[in-house]
Write a protein that binds this ligand. Structure first.
Ligand code: AMP
Length: 288
């Protein structure tokens, strides 16, 4: 595996692969590589001749009170895991390489509509940081395909919208959420959980599944279902940020006629913010 921190080196290496006719796939990450990231890499390898992973802990997507400085940085271990799993190019640029000397005053990208709701409401500026770094990475690498986890469903929709509207030729691919055996979505932030919190954490996914089962059985009072789910999470010790049942593409509140839904949730367990979602597709024969 080739490992570079300079965009110019990555571009030179990629130009050779492209001129040999190889398709290029990009998996953007913040490192601390885990099974979720490796699922993205595996899909990338299935679909592209050449797999590129970026590791960049993006300061612009962290709020002032958030965990930017303590976010786990494990480059040596990540390098081994990526090389062992068929990554061909690792790009791990510095902040100045990505943004120049003044990240806060450099050009940024805002995706109206999707950036303000849900996680965007409780993390102001977060999605502008995400949109800005993804735009830069797509420009640096010019991949044929780029892979994003459906665990971060709002982020996936936002990246799809920005790629379409800014005219990137890159196809944005969503990959199913990788979970622990007890259902907890794998995340770098799970390492922050105490043992007791870790035991409670799967309740988030279980709650979403229970709501999905009620919808599949015909329940259509989505506000009531979401409120009950939120109460259950509060009783289990979560500090709820939001639990919403939405239209799967617009993320607007779902109505009874909608067939493609997503149940989105974010909650704090102690100091750790967990997010999860479950998509529900109702076919025309579903009870209404
Ligand atoms: P991160 O390093 O947390 O920014 O994540 C990098 C990419 O991996 C994002 O597209 C995430 O949505 C994706 N990802 C993180 N955790 C998972 C998971 N458990 N399953 C699938 N994809 C994931």
């Amino acid at each position: 595996m080739h490992s570079v921190s300079r965009i110019s080196e990555a571009r030179a290496w990629l130009a050779e692969r492209r001129s040999a006719g190889h398709s290029i796939g990009l998996v953007p990450t913040m490192g601390n590589i885990h099974a979720g990231h490796l699922a993205l890499l595996e899909r990338c390898r299935e679909e592209c001749a050449c797999s590129v992973v970026s590791i960049f802990v993006n300061p612009l997507q962290f709020g002032a009170e958030e965990d930017f400085s303590s976010y786990p940085r494990t480059l040596e271990r990540d390098r081994e895991a990526l090389a062992a799993n068929g990554c061909e190019l690792l790009l791990h640029p510095s902040t100045s390489e990505v943004y120049g000397a003044h990240p806060e005053s450099s050009t940024s990208v805002h995706v109206p509509g999707l950036a303000e709701s849900h996680c965007g409401a409780s993390r102001p500026g977060h999605f502008d940081g995400v949109a800005t770094v993804v735009t830069r990475l797509l420009n640096f690498v010019e991949p044929d395909r780029a892979y994003f986890g459906l665990k971060d469903y709002q982020q996936f929709l936002l990246v799809q919208k920005l790629a379409a509207e800014l005219g990137f030729a890159t196809r944005i691919v969503g990959v199913e959420t990788c979970r622990e055996a007890d259902g907890l979505a794998i995340s770098s932030r799970n390492a922050y959980l105490s043992e007791a919190e870790r035991r409670k954490a799967p309740t988030l996914h279980r709650t979403l599944r229970a709501i999905a089962a009620q919808i599949a059985a015909g329940a259509r009072d989505y506000r009531q279902l979401a409120a009950e789910g939120g109460e259950g999470l509060a009783k289990a010790g979560f500090a709820l940020d939001y639990l919403d049942i939405c239209h799967a593409h617009s993320l607007e509140p779902a109505g009874p006629a909608d067939r493609q839904l997503v149940i989105l949730a974010a909650a704090l367990l102690g100091a750790t913010r967990l997010i999860d979602n479950l998509r529900v597709v109702l076919d025309s024969s579903s009870a209404a």
